[in-house]
Design a protein around this ligand. Sequence first.
Ligand code: TYD
Ligand code: MG
Length: 450
Amino acid sequence: MAKSKTVFVCNNCGAEHLKWYGKCPTCGEWNTLFEEVRAARPTTVSAPSAARAGMRRLSEVDSAGEARYTTGMRELDRVLGGGIVKGALMLIGGDPGIGKSTLLLQICHHLGRNLRVLYVSGEESPRQIKLRANRLGVADGELFLLCENDMQAVIDAMLTEKPDVVIIDSIQTMTLESVASSAGSVTQVRECTAAVMRAAKSGDIPVFVVGHVNKDGAIAGPKVLEHIVDCVLYFEGDPNTSYRLLRCVKNRYGSTNEVGVFEMRDRGLCEVENPSMMLLSGRPKQVSGTCVASVMEGTRSLLAEVQGLVSPTGFGNPRRMSTGFDYNRLSLLLAVLEKRAGYFFANLDTYVNVVGGLRLDEPAADLPVALALISSLKDTPIPEDVVAFGEVGLAGELRAVSNADARISEAARLGFSRVILPHHNLKTVTPRDDIAIIGVKDIRAAYEAL
Ligand code: TYD
Ligand code: MG
């Protein structure tokens, strides 16, 4: 008979070890290994039986019928690839307090009008949920609550009551009795997710699952969960600003390039349909050191304000600081500006800030950052009607970037009259008469073209 075996599983990274360590040898975290007893599985492969083979021709599989439900929030629908797919398991991760529960309760309002929604909470009492629902203006509709920590009870409710949509807040509070480890541990989370996945597929019920993130920002029970589920969404945003981005990192039924933009108000999350307008509101006029960048967030172009500030160093080494833009990329840009374009920052403190809590990771943000810094250095404002984008190479040259047309249209739509872009992009962009398109070859030329 096969023996059961004992393994030690790390709650932080999910690694398994044969003996206990104070510090996980895989991820280096302290005191995260927990003992777990695994029942041995029979390893022999039984003879094939005719009944088990369920082969079907793809063309015979029925895909007709209403395939997607809309959530009533266009931003969320877009991120999901056009709505909720029946039988899909969707994981929503994010820092505590970012608004995961709020978002899911809000979509119940729309879903509950024609569908039966089951909201399972392992964190809040029915009264607390009711209070929040009242505050968010969620009409009662066909919304059912279940405050439960036992995953099996939830699955039983799912399969007997057959709701149209299920929301589980959060997977870390759920436990399966058959699994020995405590709630929130990697094994427990993984087994619970796998169990709910089976229920979702067999009942053809879409399920939203909330997952907390650990301090590195990964969903606890890390990558293991992302493999199991159909769709992984991250809710992110600076806690100090009210804007929230919903980003898709995996989607079996849509593109992962989409982001949804929301704003947290006193009555819950509101969709932001015109994010550029919001990011540019409050832009100072006739002040040096600010430049408008046209960047892509997924397939959508956004205009964001980049600010640079240069001031004489008080003592010692000059300080460099950047918020929303990569620090190393800033150092590199400063070196290029000095060596290739002749703008000197050696004894100057340099600060870069992207307004609105946005993070500009793409290379196209190089040119606007460089222009904002030069503008601050020279103390001359960049004209208000200018938008810039382009990657800066180490030789000081400007390199072509993708989606130039989408970036230009967004600038034109918001009433800008000039766009500065890399010369090489001119070959592919469609000429337009509502905005002047100025192609430049290097940083110096870009600044002179202003
Ligand atoms: P919540 O959805 O509970 O976060 P999560 O489930 O991701 O942990 O969000 C709570 C935060 O949202 C809280 O800090 C207060 C804020 N909030 C508002 O600003 N307005 C509102 O109407 C609600 C319900 C919450
Ligand atoms: Mg919550």
